[in-house]
Design a protein around this ligand. Structure first.
Ligand code: ZN
Length: 388
């Protein structure tokens, strides 16, 4: 791969013929049509998100004479240039110079065509530092994989989309990275993150590949359809929706793919599931609401998933004091289970720090977490009792 440094391009030249596509959220062309600002494997334009602070900062940097950092172009075989790194910055410049957003100058809002001519000229004349790279596709992609992108770093999925670009990624993005897709209203109950930053695509791939996304993308790279990906994704979503008819915020971002693999062959009664779910949501002692789903799927056995609240310190101390006084009077261990035994521990008086609180009637069987249902056991016996 060869690289050539260019310092002669001005902002005016780069932004000549700039086109911004509102529907797709991306800057398309520059350099009078010779520059492709967002190749297929690039991500959406993100600087306009929020209040647009990032794109405004690009213009302010130029006006202050701050360097914008290195920009990389890839020279293609057909002679056209593609932006490898710098797409967000160039799109910011292009959008400003096509009246897409304004900045505040001396306290007033100014679009490019209303700002003082000398300041506008300063933007136009600013020179950019650009490396033009030429090499084979794999060289460029390998390099793209390793460079440290300025501004918003590529996340894992964005990097994988670049490395495995092709018809499969294109089709997949049309479905899973498309914020216009109305299905997203349904999916967002179960999936965490940002459609544009590929979090939905990432989840879909994670599920179908059982966690081995890179291998899956590499295998399917040249496929011209995403049938398996879509079918698997829909199976998982439909399964969750049929088992848990009651939607809650805690469902978002759970490992539904894994839960589907583990439990989808078991039958559930959605009405019973909903009743149990409501009961656990209303239970003060359930600390981890996210754990409710796997707890129910697993037949309400593993209470560790719920992180049931423990007895508080004053309760433990009071129960310890009472148990110990009574045990000493009878000459037996203050651990009621040790007291039943035959070994040396039968008369052992444990320190408070050597004991743990235990639910006499297990929490999962309706036992309360209050002093009437608390007993102190030595740590060995408490662990042995297990399921609380
Ligand atoms: Zn004991």
């Amino acid at each position: 791969m060869t690289t050539t440094l260019h310092t002669e391009y001005t902002v005016e030249e780069i932004c000549k013929g700039f086109v911004y596509n509102q529907a797709e959220g991306k800057g398309l062309f520059g350099l009078s049509g010779r520059l492709i600002i967002q190749p297929e494997y690039q991500r959406h334009y993100l600087y306009a998100e929020g209040k647009g602070e990032k794109e405004i900062a690009v213009i302010e940097s130029v006006l202050k004479g701050y360097p914008l950092g290195l920009i990389y172009f890839n020279k293609r075989e057909d002679g056209l240039l593609e932006v490898l790194d710098g797409q967000q910055r160039i799109t910011s410049l292009g959008r400003f110079l096509t009246h897409k957003f304004s900045i505040i100058l001396n306290g007033t809002e100014q679009y490019y065509d209303s700002m003082p001519a000398d300041l506008l000229q300063k933007i136009y004349d600013t020179k950019l530092t650009i490396y033009e790279c030429e090499g084979t596709e794999s060289e460029i992609k390998e390099w793209f994989k390793t460079i440290n992108i300025v501004g918003i770093p590529l996340n894992d999925q964005e990097r994988l989309n670049a490395v495995y670009s092709g018809p499969f990624v294109d089709r997949a993005k049309e479905v899973f990275s498309n914020s216009q897709n109305t299905e997203i209203n349904k999916w967002e109950w179960y999936i965490k993150g940002n459609v544009k930053r590929q979090d939905y695509l990432h989840t879909a791939l994670e599920w179908v590949s059982k966690g081995d996304i890179e291998n899956y993308m590499s295998t399917h790279r040249r496929d011209d359809n995403i049938n398996e990906l879509e079918a698997y994704f829909n199976s998982v979503i439909d399964w969750v929706r049929s088992v848990f008819t009651q939607k809650e915020n805690e469902m978002r971002g759970l490992l539904w793919g894994e839960l589907y693999e583990k439990y989808h062959k078991q039958p559930y009664d959605p009405a019973q599931v909903a009743a149990k779910q409501r009961e656990l949501y209303e239970d003060y002692y359930v600390k981890n609401k996210k754990g409710i789903y796997e707890y129910i799927l697993g037949g309400c056995q593993d209470t560790r998933l719920l992180e049931v609240r423990c007895f508080d310190e004053p309760t433990k101390k009071a129960v310890y004091a009472q148990q110990t006084t009574e045990a000493q009077a009878e000459g037996v261990s203050n651990c009621p289970l040790c007291a039943l035994g035959k070994d040396n521990n039968r008369t052992k008086i444990w320190k408070l720090s050597e004991m743990d609180a235990d639910h006499v009637t297990a929490w999962s069987k309706g036992g309360a977490t209050d002093i009437s249902n608390c007993q102190m056991l030595c740590q060995t016996h408490n662990r042995a009792k297990g399921n609380k």
